[in-house]
Design a protein around this ligand. Structure first.
Ligand code: ARG
Ligand code: ZN
Length: 852
C-alpha cells in the first residue's frame, strides 16, 4: 500500500495540452476535459487518477467509448493499450462533482459562498480524470461558466463575457498547480514593472469589506518581485499575478501558477486586527509563494519524494528575503527557534523521516518541518560550503539546465558538483538519513605551546526504519574569544566529515573561549561540557549575535532543567546576574534583547531533559519556569519597569522591524513584571492599547494572573464579527489556561456558538492552543489527551488532512512517564480503532503507535 521512491516509473504518455470547461454549481459542477495525449515508447495502458467523480461521458478522438472498454475503480480509470491508437489522440471526459459536499477542502470546494481549489498534492484527481502526478506537465486552457462576478484561473486572461471567462496558461505545469476561483470578490490593484520593462498587473482579491486590509500584502509582493530579480536574477513571466484570500483553507497558502491562493490570515492585516508577528508572517509567506514561481513552478518535482526540492529551497529563499528586509540576526534566531521547536522535535520522535523520504502512504502527511525547515537548513549549509559566489553559479546553472522540467534531488546536487567542482556524495546523507546529529566538543589547552585544540565527535541516533547512520558533513563556523572578550580568532569555517575530528589553533597567549556553530551553521545539537560562567561570558561578549543569544538560552535552559528536576533548589544566580548587562544595553537592539529575555518554552525544557536521560515532569517544568521568571523580575524590577516605559511608542502604528522590535521588548518586560504587579500594568495596557499586538499581550498577562474575565468579554463583544480576531481569542485562552484547568477550559470554549469547528483556523486555534499548553495537554489526569482525541475522531470524518496534521500533538508521547504514556497510547489506540478512519490519520496514528 505505501508508495515507494524506488518504484518511480516515467509516465508512458506525453500530455502537452489540456482544455477544461467548468460549469459551476454548488452541488453539481460539470467538468469537461480534453486531453491531447500520445504514447511515448509504444503501447501502454492509459491510467488516469480520479476520485469522487461521477463519469458522464468519455470519448476517444471524438467517438464515444463503449463503457465495457474501460476499468473504473474508486481511484482510477484505465483504458487498455489495445483500445488506444498508436499515435497522438484526444481523450474527452465529462464528470460531475459536488463542491458543496467537499468538506475535506481538497479539489474544488466552497468557502463562504465562493468556489476555490486546492490541488497540491493530489487534489486535482477530485476535479477530473487525469494523470495527477507532478512529472506530467501540460499547457492549460480553462473556460469557467458561472454567474459569480469574478472568475479566475491560472495564466493570462483571454476573454470574458457575462457569465463566463477564459484563461490560458502558456507555461506547462503539473496539475497540482491548477487553480480556479469564482466568487463575489473585490480587488486591491497595483502593478509591477519587471527588470526587462514588462508591466505586470497585480491584484489581491478579497471579500467586499476586506479591501482596506491588503496594503501590506501588496507591498510585500512588490518587494518580493524586486528582490527575486536583484538576488536571483528571476523575473516574473505572466501579464498578471493574482492572489486570493479564502477563509477556509487547510494550509497557509498555495503557489498555483499566476493565481496564489492564501489562507485569509496570511493576507489580511490592519493594526487593529493583526499582530506584529502576523505582519511578519504575511511578508514571508507572500514572498514564499511568489518565489515558488521559479522554484516549484518553472522547475517542479519529478515525484512527491522530491518535495524538499521546491519547499526547502523556497523556504531558504524566503528566509533570505526576510533577513534582507529586516534584522538578519533576529530572523536567524527566530528561524532556529522554530526549527528546534518543530523539526528537532519531529526528528527525535516516532515521526522522524529523512528530508527526502523514501516511502509514504499519504503524501499530505509529509508536508513537514523536516521537508520544509530542515530542507532549508541543508541548502544553507550548501551555500556556506561553496560560498555565496559558488551558490549563485550553481543556482544559475540550475535554472538554466532544468527550466521547464520536473527535477530530482540528484539533479539539484549535480548542479553544485558541476558549478563548484565538489563531490557531494557524503553531503547527500542530509537528504537520505533522518535524525538530528549530536556534535560533541571537548577542549584542550596547552599553555606551554599556546595551542588550543577542539575535538569534535558526531553521532546520530537511530530513527524509525534507519538503525545505522553515517557521518555527516557538518560545516562549523567558529571563532575564539580572548579573556577580555576580544576576538583572537575571527570566524572561520571548519568542515567536519569524520566521526571524530579535531581543529587546532596555534600561537595563542591565553586560553580562549570558543564560540562554536556561529549563526547556527548546521542543524545539529551541539553538546559541550562547559560551565554556567563560560556561558555567561559568551552571553556578555560574543561578537556573533546568534551565539550570544544562544549562550543566554543555554544558560537559562540549564538553570530550568536543574530546577525542574529538583537538582537545584533556587534559580541560578549566575543566570539572574547575566540579565543585568543585557537590560542596560537593551535599547541598542530591542528586538534582540526581547529574544534574549524570552525564557525557553516548556516543551523545549522537556525535550532537553529527555535528551539528557531524565523523564520530564510537565507540572514541575511549568512551576520551574514560573519561578525563574518571577526571580528574574524581582532581581531586575527597576530596569524592566524603566524599559517598559521607555519602549512605549506614541507614534502611529508601523509594522516595520524597528517599532515592532521596541514593542517586543516592551511586552517582554511586561510579561516578567506581570509576575509581580498582579496584572496591574496589563490592565492599564488593555484599556489603552492602540493595536492588536498590545491588546493580545495584555490579555495573555491578564489570563495568567486570573484577572481576564472582563477583558475577555469586552474583546469578544468588540470583535464578534471578525473571524481572524476571534481565532486569537480562542487561542490566547488555551495557551495561557492554568494547566489544571486546560482541558475543562477547552471543553467550555468548544461548546460556545463561536466555535465553528469546521473552519480550519478556528479548529486549529482551540486545538493547537491546547496542545501548545504543555502542562495542560500532558496533564497527569489524561484529560488533555482525551479531549484532544475526541475531537480528532470527530474531525477525521470531515477533514482528514487537518486531523492527520493535528495528530502530531502526540509525537512526543514516548518521552514522558509510564502513566502518561499509557494514557496517550490508549487515546491513540482509540483513534486507530475508529471505524472508517481516513488513510491520512490512519498512517499518522500507526506511526505514532509504532514507537511503543
Ligand atoms: N506548496 C504549498 C506551500 O508550501 C503548501 C501546500 C501544501 N498542501 C498540502 N495539501 N499539503 O507553499
Ligand atoms: Zn512552499
Amino acid at each position: 500500500q505505501p508508495t515507494l521512491l524506488a518504484d518511480y516509473r516515467p509516465y508512458p504518455f506525453t500530455l502537452d495540452h489540456v482544455s477544461l470547461t467548468f460549469r459551476l454549481a454548488p452541488k453539481g459542477t460539470r467538468v469537461c476535459a480534453k486531453l491531447s495525449l500520445a504514447p511515448k515508447d509504444g503501447p501502454a495502458d492509459l491510467v488516469l487518477d480520479g476520485e469522487d467523480l461521477r463519469l458522464i461521458s468519455i470519448a476517444l478522438d471524438g467517438t464515444a467509448l463503449d463503457p465495457a472498454t474501460l476499468t473504473l475503480t474508486d481511484r482510477q480509470l484505465t483504458l487498455p493499450a489495445a483500445a488506444l491508437p498508436a499515435g497522438p489522440f484526444t481523450l474527452e471526459t465529462e464528470v460531475e462533482i459536488d463542491p458543496e459536499a467537499n468538506t475535506a477542502l481538497e479539489g474544488l470546494y466552497l468557502s463562504g459562498g465562493m468556489f476555490c481549489t486546492q490541488c497540491e498534492a493530489e487534489g486535482f484527481r477530485h476535479i477530473t480524470y487525469y494523470p495527477d502526478r507532478p512529472d506530467v506537465m501540460a499547457r492549460f486552457d480553462v473556460r469557467i461558466e458561472s454567474d459569480m462576478p469574478v472568475l479566475l484561473s491560472n495564466g493570462n486572461p483571454v476573454a470574458q463575457g457575462a457569465g463566463w471567462a477564459e484563461w490560458r496558461d502558456p507555461w506547462p505545469k503539473p496539475a497540482y498547480l491548477f487553480a480556479l476561483v469564482a466568487g463575489n470578490l473585490v480587488a486591491l490593484r497595483d502593478d509591477f514593472i519587471t527588470a526587462s520593462g514588462r508591466t505586470v498587473d497585480l491584484a489581491i482579491w478579497v471579500r467586499p469589506g476586506d479591501e482596506d486590509r491588503c496594503a501590506y500584502a501588496m507591498d510585500a509582493l512588490k518587494r518580493s518581485m524586486a528582490w527575486d530579480e536583484s538576488t536571483y536574477g528571476r523575473e516574473y513571466d505572466l501579464d498578471v499575478f493574482n492572489i486570493v484570500a479564502v477563509d477556509d483553507f487547510n494550509m497557509g497558502a498555495m503557489e498555483n501558477k499566476g493565481l496564489n491562493i492564501f489562507n485569509a490570515k496570511l493576507v489580511l492585516a490592519s493594526p487593529e486586527t493583526a499582530t506584529d508577528t502576523d505582519y511578519e508572517r504575511i511578508e514571508s509567506v507572500i514572498a514564499h509563494e511568489y518565489f515558488h514561481n521559479w522554484t516549484g513552478n518553472r522547475i517542479t518535482c519529478r515525484d512527491w519524494f522530491q518535495l524538499c526540492l521546491k519547499e526547502g529551497l523556497t523556504v531558504f529563499r524566503d528566509q533570505q528575503f526576510s533577513a534582507d528586509e529586516r534584522s538578519a540576526a533576529v530572523r536567524r534566531i527566530e528561524d532556529v527557534l522554530a526549527l528546534r521547536a518543530r523539526q528537532f522535535r519531529e526528528d527525535a520522535g516516532p515521526l522522524a523521516h529523512p528530508v527526502r523520504p523514501e516511502s509514504y502512504v499519504e503524501i499530505n502527511n509529509f508536508y513537514t518541518a523536516t521537508v520544509y525547515e530542515k530542507g532549508a537548513e541543508v541548502i544553507g549549509m550548501l551555500r556556506r560550503l561553496v560560498g555565496p559566489e559558488g551558490y549563485r553559479r550553481a543556482l544559475d546553472l540550475y535554472f538554466d539546465r532544468h527550466d521547464g522540467q520536473a527535477a530530482t534531488i540528484e539533479d539539484w546536487l549535480k548542479v553544485f558538483e558541476d558549478a563548484c567542482d565538489r563531490d557531494l556524495t557524503q553531503f547527500k546523507r542530509w537528504y537520505t538519513e533522518a535524525g538530528t546529529p549530536r556534535l560533541h566538543v571537548t577542549e584542550d589547552w596547552d599553555a606551554e605551546a599556546g595551542r588550543f585544540t577542539l575535538e569534535f565527535t558526531q553521532e546520530t541516533a537511530a530513527t524509525p526504519g534507519q538503525p545505522v547512520k553515517g557521518a555527516r558533513v557538518i560545516p562549523v563556523e567558529l571563532g575564539l574569544l580572548g579573556p577580555n572578550g576580544d576576538e583572537v580568532q575571527p570566524s572561520t569555517l571548519i568542515e567536519i566529515t569524520e566521526p571524530r575530528q579535531s581543529a587546532v589553533f596555534e600561537g595563542l597567549s591565553a586560553r580562549p573561549v570558543p564560540s562554536i556553530l556561529r549563526g547556527f551553521s548546521a542543524p545539529v545539537i551541539l553538546e559541550r561540557e562547559t560551565t554556567q560562567a563560560a556561558r555567561a561570558f559568551l552571553f556578555a561578549h560574543d561578537t556573533d549575535p546568534f551565539n550570544r543569544w544562544e549562550a543566554g538560552r543555554n544558560l537559562a535552559r540549564t538553570a530550568l532543567m536543574a530546577l525542574a528536576r529538583g537538582a537545584a533548589t533556587a534559580p541560578d544566580p549566575e543566570l539572574i546576574a547575566a540579565y543585568g548587562p543585557l537590560l542596560r544595553d537593551a535599547e541598542t537592539d530591542p528586538a534582540f534583547a526581547a529574544l534574549c529575555l524570552r525564557l525557553p518554552g516548556e516543551d523545549e525544557i522537556a525535550a532537553a531533559l529527555h535528551g539528557a536521560g531524565h523523564t520530564p515532569d510537565p507540572a514541575e517544568i511549568h512551576a520551574a519556569r514560573a519561578r525563574l521568571a518571577r526571580a528574574i523580575a524581582q532581581a531586575h524590577e527597576e530596569a524592566l519597569a524603566a524599559l517598559y516605559i521607555r519602549m512605549k511608542d506614541d507614534g502611529p502604528y508601523s509594522p516595520d522591524a524597528g517599532p515592532a522590535g521596541r514593542r517586543a521588548l516592551r511586552l517582554a518586560c511586561l510579561g516578567l513584571l506581570n509576575r509581580l504587579d498582579n496584572g496591574a500594568r496589563a490592565q492599564a495596557l488593555f484599556a489603552e492599547a492602540g493595536n492588536m499586538t498590545e491588546s493580545l499581550s495584555a490579555l495573555a498577562c491578564l489570563i495568567e494572573t486570573n484577572k481576564a474575565a472582563g477583558a475577555l468579554a469586552e474583546f469578544r463583544d468588540r470583535w464578534a464579527g471578525e473571524r481572524l480576531v476571534m481565532d486569537k481569542w480562542f487561542l490566547v485562552q488555551m495557551l495561557h489556561a492554568a494547566p489544571d484547568r486546560a482541558a475543562q477550559e477547552a471543553a467550555h470554549l468548544a461548546a460556545l456558538p463561536e466555535f465553528d469547528w469546521k473552519n480550519p483556523n478556528r479548529f486549529r486555534s482551540l486545538m493547537g492552543g491546547l496542545s501548545a499548553n504543555h502542562a495542560g495537554f500532558h496533564h497527569a489526569s489524561g484529560a488533555g489527551y482525551r479531549f484532544y482525541a475526541d475531537w480528532l475522531i470527530r474531525m477525521d470524518a470531515m477533514n482528514p488532512q487537518i486531523t492527520a496534521r493535528m495528530s502530531t500533538a502526540f509525537e512526543t508521547w514516548p518521552r514522558y512517564d509510564a502513566g502518561r504514556q499509557a494514557l496517550a497510547r490508549a487515546e491513540l489506540q482509540r483513534i486507530a480503532a475508529t471505524e472508517g478512519l481516513s488513510r491520512d490519520t490512519g498512517e499518522m496514528v500507526a506511526r505514532l503507535l509504532a514507537a511503543g
